[in-house]
Design a protein around this ligand. Structure first.
Ligand SMILES: Cc1cn([C@@H]2O[C@H](COP(=O)(O)OP(=O)(O)OP(=O)(O)O)[C@@H](O)[C@H]2O)c(=O)[nH]c1=O
Length: 633
């Protein structure tokens, strides 16, 4: 298809849209681009007067939005994307920049300013190419803007307020949405309509062509200085003809062209000596050397090969409480560590060195000490400790994964091989059959829930709800974060009696908000506590479709119109290979499965939830919110 090659260039890349705007998501989704959504936390507070023109302000804001996401994804969970796209739409009228209104009065001021006049809508776009080198993030930014002129009809006061009360203006630049009711206010549009809606798709595709399909040099003089290949040229861009898949390579090619006037770059045949294929874009002088001695070391594979040793070193150091000891004592020699943890000196030294090599400890002449992240996440008494989850990984997941081959052959969980037990009921049989295992499992769930709770409770504005019920909420870590964020929310945790009996020592001390209520029951069998908002955090991926049917039917029936369901899970990319963490989790072969955004949307809609929104947080858990339809199910 004519347009495919342009977007196809992004098909193999991890593309992230750094925007919460549902319009931008839809525009890009509609043309088949595969991407994750990670809304930017960059606050739009750049000093407008410091920019010579409004579009420069929009471009810079777009760039900062994208860079913030690229950095966050790189630093927080070492998930560096290939490309991050940021955008910022502004409206300018009478030399004023209008962004989103802060309240209805502000919307009124904006719309009355636009009434009867022509204004400009600018969208700045930044395409950030990311590269992780020696654990450092390298970025290369391409940016552009598009301007569209829009003329509003004269708006009567009545019409204006009617429009404001519709609620539409509030999350839109200039206080209107041309794609919906706002379209009724518009007399004409000059330029790209989608640019007004929030994303200049045509210009974006042309930029991709520029980046990924360098024009053959001999045609350069036919192209005007600022002109971009027209849409028709997309038809000629088959992958066989031009195979440059990275704009960074393209830049190298240009450098090469300049240094060697005879090499014309672009499309070529391997036989012609003075023409280089774009996918072997190395400086000409290095070409022979690179051809003879390609980068053969498969570092990614070697890293995977050694991955199990690294995991086990972390598990054992955690189990032996090495990080607790070093947190308390500061710096220790290996012999002192060995004596305290009751282990051999030579074995301890090797373990400590391995931890230092993995970046968990620091090693100096004085001895070994914790890194900051070991103090924060590995010492078991730290507020954000992952210790519980690490011990669960060692004691439960590791034995299961040693039977991965059988798991793959049989397609089932390997509880019997790993622990000598069949598990008809995952939780009762595997996790709650002994006090020790139960406490270990609860500690694991607690540490993950604590780590992810903030992202989950802040993904959407939940202030409209008065009561919430966290189904399978275990120790209440998420519930406690909810009452911190929404002190007026009454939160109930609903979980099995075995769990509720043990929650007391997981409760925060000195919390000033109303306490969370714990109610015991089985969400498959018992009546659910009444609530405006039901939460299923890390629940759905564990269960079969039949059990999910029971659970979601019950929630749906318990929901009044306007109530909602918040789901927290890792959302798979549509092709189901990202993020790897989710894909690897599936190898445990629980009865349930991981789902993509469209699958979660369909699932919620099937049980009467509409306006389903999905936020990909870029962190450990993503969130999905759906509202119960106003008509009865
Ligand atoms: C003029 C106009 C604007 N919009 C929306 O206005 C927001 C602009 O704000 P932003 O700051 O650029 O984006 P955001 O929504 O805050 O998202 P983010 O990218 O996360 O900053 C974007 O949503 C656009 O669609 C419409 O939906 N229709 C229109 O006719």
């Amino acid at each position: 298809m004519a347009l495919k090659p342009v977007l196809g260039k992004l098909g193999s890349k991890r593309v992230v849209l750094a925007s919460a705007s549902p319009r931008r998501q839809e525009i890009l989704c509609n043309v088949g681009l595969r991407f994750e959504v990670v809304p930017s936390w960059f606050k739009e507070t750049l000093e407008k007067s410091s920019f010579a023109t409004p579009y420069k302000y929009a471009i810079e804001t777009a760039k900062q939005k994208a860079l913030e996401v690229a950095n966050r994804m790189h630093v927080k969970h070492l998930r560096t994307p290939d490309i991050v796209i940021g955008a910022d739409t502004i409206v300018t009228v009478d030399e004023h920049i209008l962004e989103k209104p802060v309240d209805k009065q502000d919307a009124y001021r904006m719309l009355s300013r636009l009434s009867g006049k022509e204004h400009s809508v600018f969208t700045g776009v930044a395409i950030v190419h990311c590269n992780s080198k020696d654990n450092r993030l390298e970025t290369e930014v391409t940016d552009f803007y598009e301007e569209t002129k829009v003329k509003f009809a004269d708006l009567s006061e009545e019409l204006l307020w009617e429009y404001i009360h519709s609620g539409e203006p509030m999350d839109k630049a200039g206080g209107y949405g041309i794609q919906a009711l706002g379209g009724m206010l518009v007399e004409y549009v000059h330029g790209d309509f989608l640019n007004v809606v929030g994303f200049p798709l045509n210009h974006f595709c042309k930029k991709l062509v520029e980046l990924y399909y360098p024009p053959p040099k001999h045609t350069l003089h036919h192209i005007k200085h600022d002109s971009i290949p027209s849409v028709e040229t997309f038809e000629n861009l088959s992958d066989e003809e031009s195979d440059s898949s990275s704009p960074i390579q393209y830049k190298d090619a240009i450098k090469m062209d300049r240094s060697k006037p005879h090499s014309s770059g672009g499309v070529c045949s391997p036989g012609s000596s003075n023409i280089i294929k774009p996918n072997c874009m190395v400086p000409v002088e290095n070409r022979n050397r690179v051809m003879e001695n390609p980068d053969k070391f498969p570092s990614k594979i070697v890293e995977l090969l050694d991955g199990f040793r690294a995991s086990k070193a972390l598990f054992v150091a955690s189990k032996l409480k090495v990080f607790n000891l070093l947190k308390n004592k500061g710096v220790l020699q290996s012999v002192d560590v060995a004596n305290t943890i009751n282990a051999s000196v030579c074995g301890t030294e090797r373990l400590l060195d391995a931890c230092a090599a993995l970046g968990l400890l620091e090693k100096t002449i004085q001895g070994y000490s914790n890194t900051d992240s070991a103090n924060t996440y590995l010492a078991s008494d730290s507020e954000d400790s992952l210790h519980g989850y690490i011990i669960h990984s060692n004691d439960h997941l590791w034995p299961l994964f040693t039977h991965l081959e059988s798991a793959v052959k049989e397609g089932t969980m390997q509880n019997y091989r790993a622990f000598g037990k069949k598990s008809e009921n995952l939780f009762q049989d595997s996790y709650y059959q002994s006090m020790e295992v139960k406490q270990r499992f609860m500690a694991a769930m607690h540490s993950i829930a604590k780590l992810t709770a903030k992202d989950v409770v802040t993904a959407f504005d939940l202030s409209q709800f008065r009561s919430a019920c966290d189904l399978g909420g275990c120790t209440g870590a998420l519930a406690n974060e909810l009452v911190q964020k929404y002190p007026n929310l009454k939160v109930t945790v609903f979980d099995l009696p075995e769990v509720i009996a043990n929650v007391s020592h997981f409760q925060p001390v000195g919390q000033h908000t109303a306490p969370v209520t714990f109610t015991s029951g089985d969400f498959f069998k018992d009546n659910l506590p009444a609530a405006d908002l039901y939460i299923l955090s890390r629940i759905l991926h564990d269960w079969t479709d039949e059990k999910i049917h029971v659970l979601l039917s019950k929630i749906s029936a318990a929901c009044k119109p306007g109530s909602a369901l918040l789901v927290a899970e890792i959302v798979l990319s549509e092709e189901k290979i990202n993020p790897p963490r989710a894909v690897l989790q599936s190898l445990s072969m629980t009865e349930g499965k991981q789902r993509s955004a469209s699958e979660y949307k369909q699932l919620l809609e099937k049980y009467g939830f509409t306006s389903v929104q999905i936020k990909i947080t870029g962190n450990f858990l993503d969130t999905i919110l759906g509202f119960r339809k106003l008509s009865a199910h």
